[in-house]
Design a protein around this ligand. Structure first.
Ligand code: TXE
Length: 481
């Protein structure tokens, strides 16, 4: 059984309390390890290490730090299959998805920020009698708090820009998925990465995460997680004037206009709804379809959903694995029950499936579920479920589709399906959201701004937005003779 310790000053260490949390494989219900349960003493130790390391790390040239990012990418690449296997075991996600998305993206996060940063031009603003130079400095010690749905993918999305800009890091991965962060730390040890630059404090949110928010020496917090936790993060960190980036939940719409290619739209909507068992903040959990094609689309969509292969995550063919935990499964199931009370009809799914080869085990599985007949303002259609459950709604015209798309408190992402690209673009401009896709979903260019509006977050990450978040700028205005 694996014992996951904190990683402080380049060494794996027990938590000061000596207490541990169980780590469960959600696909089988088996206990697979113990995780250090940390508190403010461990955070303090990590901050001291990060603070000490800051002097030498921030003194490196940008080119030297870029070389380190590439070295990290090489080392991760050499362990890519192990990263994928570990992530699949910790999250219950299909191994094929863990390879294609989690492991690949963790590597490309380092490659991207290494290359992108090297291409930045100096920011200079010329005046008639003076010259302005923008000098970027690291923020200092930064706190990175991440969720369980894309564990190493989301953590490295923050680590890479934080490191390249010269910051040192305290990371707190989700207590449900500590394994790949731990593997990442061992990879850093293998390549003799400077001690104290990257530290991990494992444990529960209130005991290990909260002290990170409160610590005066941690100057910036980048948080990805639930909207409710985001409120606590903002409330704690804002009065301390920390830089804050909040990537929170979503209740995204997939909008099928009457002129859409219905086969492509049905495939796209199924992918958007059920990738990672619907546990991606970008998932399209509400499908809005034009009345004139609703019946045809629904038939195609249900055929797609029923054809998705749910199974043991370690099988190569599996497309849908388990949810993150039994507790989360119960929460998701409570929404299926609520949907029935709210007048919805289960069009497919809704039950716990029997998984071939895992009969009798305690895996957290739910069939991909589609619910029709709900009011667009019902709780099921407006609250974030974060599971393999989508609701289907019908609109009469484009105006109504826009109104329905904008009718939740969230505003993270969405997609619109139409053969008229100009119409798709115009439709997208009217949506209160951070990201819209036309005829695609989760198609990412890492240079673009990523983040949400309304209750989906504050700020943007990606490309220059990440570099700005993880740096402070001094404008130096030099008067010319
Ligand atoms: O996330 P939390 P949870 C949504 C989804 C899910 C709900 C709750 O709807 O059902 O959020 O999930 C740390 N101070 N998303 O409870 O609690 C925590 O330990 C500092 C959307 O798992 O937000 C973990 O490391 N840190 C989402 C991280 O915050 C605290 C992904 C996220 O956990 C803390 C996951 C505190 N007081 C869930 N309390 C997305 N947008 O991708 C908790 N944490």
């Amino acid at each position: 059984m694996e014992e996951i310790k904190n990683f402080i000053n380049g060494e794996f260490q027990n938590s000061s309390s000596g207490e541990y949390i169980d780590n469960i494989n959600p696909a089988t219900g088996e206990l697979i390890g113990k995780i250090a349960s940390s508190n403010s003493i461990d955070v303090q130790n990590a901050v001291e290490a990060a603070n000490m390391a800051f002097t030498s790390w921030s003194a490196l040239t940008l080119e030297q730090r870029i070389i380190w990012l590439d070295k990290i990418a090489d080392a991760l690449e050499a362990k890519k299959e192990l990263v994928a296997q570990t992530e699949s075991k910790d999250t219950g996600k299909p191994i094929s998805l863990a390879r294609r998305v989690d492991a690949s993206r963790s590597i490309s996060n380092f490659r991207f920020f290494a290359q992108f940063t090297s291409q930045q031009n100096p920011m200079e603003f010329e005046m008639e009698d003076a010259m302005n130079y923008v000098h970027r400095k690291p923020v200092g010690v930064v706190g990175l708090i991440t969720p369980w749905n894309l564990p190493l993918y989301l953590l490295t999305w923050k680590i890479a820009p934080a490191l390249v800009m010269g910051n040192t890091i305290i990371a707190k991965p989700s207590e449900l998925t500590p394994l790949t962060a731990n593997l990442f730390a061992s990879i850093l040890q293998d390549i003799d990465f400077p001690k104290g630059v990257f530290n991990i404090v494992h444990g529960l949110g209130p005991s290990a995460g909260q002290p990170i928010l409160e610590h005066p020496k941690i100057k910036a917090i980048s948080f990805t997680g639930g909207t409710q936790t985001g409120r606590i993060v903002a409330k704690t960190a804002a009065p301390l004037f920390k830089k804050l980036s909040l990537e929170l939940g979503g209740k995204n719409a997939t909008v099928i206009l009457a002129d859409a290619d219905l086969h492509a739209a049905a495939k796209g909507a199924a992918r958007a709804g059920f990738t990672n068992s619907g546990q991606v903040c970008l998932c399209g959990s509400r499908i809005l379809v034009d009345a004139s094609i609703a019946q045809q689309f629904t038939e195609l969509f249900l055929t797609e959903v029923r054809g998705m292969k749910q199974g043991n995550p370690l099988n190569e063919a599996t497309e849908i694995g388990s949810l993150i935990s039994i507790q989360h499964l119960e929460k998701v199931e409570s929404y299926v029950k609520l949907a029935k009370q709210e007048g919805g009809t289960i069009l497919t799914g809704g039950n716990r499936p029997t998984i071939s080869g895992l009969e009798g085990s305690k895996g957290a599985y739910l069939e991909p579920t589609v619910i029709g007949g709900l009011d667009i303002n019902s709780r099921t259609a407006t609250e974030e479920i974060f599971g393999p459950v989508v609701t289907l709604h019908i609109f009469e015209n484009e105006e109504q589709a826009i109104e329905m798309t904008n009718s939740t408190e969230y505003g993270l992402a969405g997609s619109v399906w139409t053969t008229n690209l100009e119409r798709g673009r115009k439709f997208s401009e009217q949506i209160e959201t951070g990201i819209m896709w036309v005829n695609t979903w989760l198609h990412r260019d890492l240079r673009t701004p990523f983040g949400g509006v309304k209750n989906s977050g504050v700020g943007r990450e990606g490309g220059q937005w990440s570099l700005s978040f993880f740096s402070e700028m001094t404008n130096i205005c030099v008067k010319l003779d």
